[in-house]
Design a binder for this molecule. Structure first.
Ligand SMILES: [Zn+2]
Length: 152
């Protein structure tokens, strides 16, 4: 069982979208960022599906809320790229709910094998994930709002 917090994938996808500003490259870079983040040492080793879900379900819900919030605060001209970046960044993890609910991954076997081979995980890294979330959230918000006239 594996998990870079999905929230962190969402935040990095939003940052990429805000920086690239074009939906297609943002989506592609978002997908690539997913695998880069998964290869960085992160939280994992759940021991049981039950314990995995205790972290993954709240994380999934927070991710959806963050995606909605970041789309809402994005200026209209940047919103498509921000949403595309976030979508690309979460896409590879669709295998997890798909396995849970439908019993199989939607991706080719080679993709699944690559995805699980790159994971570097250990228990007790929740604090690192939260630190990363804080940093990524600041960076994403700054990039989304960058260069906008300040409200008076
Ligand atoms: Zn992943």
């Amino acid at each position: 069982m594996i998990l870079v917090l999905l929230t962190n994938h969402v935040l990095s996808g939003a940052l990429i979208g805000a920086l690239t500003r074009r939906p297609l490259p943002a989506f592609a870079a978002g997908v690539a960022s997913h695998f880069v983040l998964d290869a960085v040492p992160h939280w994992g080793e759940w021991g049981s599906t039950r314990r995995f879900l205790q972290a993954a379900v709240p994380d999934g819900l927070v991710s959806l809320a963050v995606m909605g919030a970041l789309a809402a605060v994005s200026p209209a001209d940047r919103r498509p790229a921000v949403v595309a970046g976030m979508s690309g960044a979460v896409l590879p993890d669709l295998d997890k709910p798909a396995k849970l609910w439908f019993g199989g991954s939607p991706f080719p076997g080679a993709v699944d094998r690559f995805h699980s081979r790159i994971q570097r995980e250990a228990a007790g890294r929740a604090h690192l994930e939260l630190l990363a979330a804080g940093g990524l959230a600041c960076a994403a918000l700054a990039a989304i709002r960058a260069g906008r006239p300040r409200p008076r």
